[in-house]
Design a protein around this ligand. Structure first.
Ligand code: NAD
Ligand code: MG
Length: 382
């Protein structure tokens, strides 16, 4: 029986690479459902190729257009809207849900998928940033496995295979450093979104590429690692590693360090999340360790204030990471649209963290309330 996969965000960077994996292993995997936000033509083309049982376009204004584009494929059910997206993950035939949509919008459908006891292949890290405690609790309660897709977390996960009984002494979380690694504070003041979108080693969606340039992405990944692997933040060390070859490592009680290495290619972690514990063939360039020396540096938290703010939010706990995430989504979009400077992003996030109502023991409704309040405050501050 082929595994049935639902892809939330199939038109994005992760989504399209996941479809490439499925294309190469069509004997093992089948697409049950594809979803996108706005790119209706691309979604229809994917549906024509993969023939899913259903498609969902989150932005309802594109519904008629999508129906029209799929008029020649009457077997494919077409839905629209955020609630349709939340419902579709519960469909009985689905084995795995790949959460490859961007931002806070991933939270509600991920919760629904966990409650429907689906295997979660988690790319949408914002879900764990906002509500890591709730998500991990629900995953245990509903016996829903969460397989990491983020390259660093997949690397850590791969290092932990066979180590169930052994305590983690330290996680070594690597980070390319982004395009501004060697910039001075003065240079950072004038960088534009176009500069930030030129990532040196990874080709990703726009939002995460900006987060990688500000190192907010690495702050999010520290939180993601904490929840996925149950390791406190003080045992997670960030290392700037410009080559993006060591995807992360784990140090154990005997001082032994296991790392996962490879050329930067997101198809590997996506495929591993699908196929675990099996490894499947993946064509592409292979690692040449003679090619370049590997270097590691400490991150500069004064220059990259977003990373410092993420540590602060993690330390504070409660709904503070949710506040951090909401403010970041607002300033990230504003920076891309030229309405906020690069350094202004951290200032607005910091102010939003100070002004939004803090709650020490949040539940789901708290996250919804907090997200709305923090977005309003960050938008006013802009
Ligand atoms: P992307 O912008 O390329 O694609 C996002 C996808 O989500 C698109 O299909 C879009 O239609 C959909 N989407 C966006 N907003 C939505 C909404 N409100 N409702 C429904 N669908 C929506 O993003 P990406 O780079 O593929 O990243 C996706 C997620 O994976 C992010 O959470 C990101 O942090 C994470 N991630 C990405 C990479 C990477 O290499 N791209 C690596 C690690 C983690
Ligand atoms: Mg990553």
């Amino acid at each position: 029986m082929k595994q049935q996969i639902c892809i939330l965000g199939s038109t994005g960077s992760i989504g399209t690479q996941a479809l490439d994996v499925i294309r190469q292993h069509s004997d093992l995997y089948e697409v049950y459902c594809l979803t996108a936000h706005n790119r209706v033509e691309q979604l229809a083309a994917q549906a024509h190729e993969f023939k899913p049982a259903s498609v969902v376009i989150a932005n309802e204004t594109h519904y008629e257009r999508l129906k029209e584009l799929l008029a020649d494929a009457p077997d494919i059910k077409v839905y629209a809207g955020a609630s349709a997206l939340e419902q579709i993950v519960e469909a009985a035939p689905i084995d795995m849900v790949l959460t490859a949509m961007v931002g806070y919008a991933g939270l509600a459908p991920t919760i629904r998928a966990i409650k429907a006891r689906k295997k979660i292949c988690l790319a949408n890290k914002e879900t764990l940033v906002v509500a890591g405690e709730l998500i991990t609790k629900l995953a245990i309660e509903y016996h829903a496995p969460i397989l990491p897709v983020d390259s660093e977390h997949s690397a850590i996960f791969q290092c932990l295979v066979g180590e169930d009984m052994n305590e983690i002494e330290k996680i070594l979380l690597t980070c390319s450093g982004g395009p501004f690694r060697q910039f001075t504070a003065d240079q950072l003041a004038t960088v534009t979104a176009a500069d930030a979108l030129k990532h040196p080693t990874w080709d990703m969606g726009a939002k995460i590429t900006i987060d990688s340039a500000s190192l907010m992405n690495k702050g999010f990944e520290v939180m993601e690692a904490k929840w996925l692997f149950g390791v406190p933040a003080d045992k997670i060390q960030v290392l700037i590693h410009p080559q993006s070859i060591v995807h992360s490592a784990v140090q154990f009680a005997d001082g032994g360090v296991k790392a996962q290495l490879g050329v930067p290619d997101m198809r590997l972690p996506i495929q591993y999340a699908f196929s675990f514990p099996r490894r499947l063939r993946l064509d592409g360039p292979r690692l040449d360790l003679f090619g370049q020396p590997l270097a590691f540096f400490k991150p500069d938290l004064t220059k990259f204030k977003c990373l410092a703010l993420a540590y602060e939010a993690l330390d504070k706990g409660g709904n503070m990471p949710c506040i951090l995430n909401a403010a970041n989504e607002v300033v990230n979009a504003a920076f891309r649209e030229g309405r906020c400077g690069f350094l202004g992003m951290a200032d607005i996030i910091e102010q939003t963290m100070l002004r939004t109502t803090f709650e020490a023991a949040p539940d789901y409704d708290t996250y919804v309330r907090t997200d709305a309040e923090a977005r309003r405050i960050a938008t006013e501050l802009l």
